[in-house]
Design a protein around this ligand. Sequence first.
Ligand SMILES: [Zn+2]
Length: 208
Amino acid sequence: MGHAVAKHENILTPSQALERLLSGNARYLAGVDSPDSFQYQPDTLAESQNPYACILGCADSRVSPEHCFDEGQGDLFVTRIAGNFVTQEILGSLEYGTAVLGASLIMVLGHTGCGAIGAAIKAVDSDEDFPGHIQGIATALSPAVTQATSEGSTDSRAVSATRINVALNVDKLRNATPVLRKLVREERLRIVGGLYHVATGAVEIIVD
Ligand SMILES: [Zn+2]
């Protein structure tokens, strides 16, 4: 990469990166997290960054990756979009976070009670279009809703569609581009799926 490493503790294998995320979530759940840990760090981070993990999360106000994984400045490379799905620009951002900045893990992070998934269900059921650009999000999520409807699992359809949407987007990233595929093949990158439970704050690994 050719530039100074900002945080040596962020040089992790994919498995160590996943372990670190989950132990941060455990601290968050136990109420022993450090909510002020995002304090700026001029000595280590003014010149560069080397986050250890990338998150593709929802825009939802209740799901902040830096908080639910109890991480500080320079640790997570976070892309957020309502419905946590892959677009060309999200893909480019995640390629940058991994291939250029060196993160060894990507987590697609869905959550319970997702309004975007709710909108997608409504759009599929009613054949109605949402105003402005909201319909574009509903359309992007409709394959997950359609699959959830046809599978009819024991989960509610919303939870089922949320889980499927995470799985579809993990799959998309794993197969998306030569850049990500190569890193995965060389075992320098792992792409997993998580589900954040808004009622408890717990992150459940649902695609590994
Ligand atoms: Zn959401």
